[in-house]
Design a protein around this ligand. Sequence first.
Ligand code: ATP
Ligand code: MG
Length: 256
Amino acid sequence: MPTVSVLSLKGGVGKTSVVLGLAGAATVRGLATLVVDLDPQGNATSLLKTHKTKTTLADVFAHPGKATVEEALTPCDWEIEPGEVDVLPSHPNIIRFDSWTGAAFRPRLARALEHLEGYDLTLIDCPPSLGALTREALAASDLALVVTTPSFFGAQGVERAMVEIDEIRRTVNPNLQLAGIVVNRVRSVAEEHRYRNEELVEIYGRTQLFKPVVPERIAMQQAEGFGQPVQTVRTAGGREVAEIFDGYLTTLLRKG
Ligand SMILES: Nc1ncnc2c1ncn2[C@@H]1O[C@H](COP(=O)(O)OP(=O)(O)OP(=O)(O)O)[C@@H](O)[C@H]1O
Ligand SMILES: [Mg+2]
């Protein structure tokens, strides 16, 4: 039952798309998945078609008790079966918990998630920063999945994320492991993308990179537009990425 943080310092690289692709893959397999939307932008919360809840993650951070977490949970209204996805929805106010206070870091999300049982997989969608919210995610996780695009700034962001993962492992969560790096939006015909991909292999080793890479496919944006997982997009591109996410899920469940 792994808890997986999906993170990157850089924005727009595909963290939320990877979370939703994995949640879709898990649902097709009949698993029960929890998605925690730690991004104040709330993209996953809106794409997962959640219901309005009495409390949100902002309340959970303020009072990480059992009742508050249970009241924040909402089912997702995706039209796929046989599995199920529940969501701990974001709220713009969680931004208040992203700042450093100077006090010793005492993780709240990890405490809150201990109250929830019965999920085969928990996915945490992180904001595009390595602030306190991403630290909360890493402190609550077994695995860290770093997402990047094949770009110079993307590679720099991966390096920073690695430092943060090591720091959290050393200080608050010795169980945290790196699941690996997902390279997203790759255009196979672009020489620059091939170069950047090889650079990541050189720095981190072939085993740290998820294979195959996620190609740039319009199906990913169509899924977002329909508010449904990419597993429901019945095009060649949709099937291609669905198969890739299914393979990633196998790797995560094995590593967790
Ligand atoms: N493989 C892909 N092919 C085509 N489009 C993609 C792919 N992956 C993601 N996208 C698109 O890129 C945009 C950004 O993706 P997404 O929102 O998942 O990134 P993010 O890292 O979560 O962003 P943020 O940092 O703002 O949270 C979205 O419109 C998404 O549909
Ligand atoms: Mg996002």
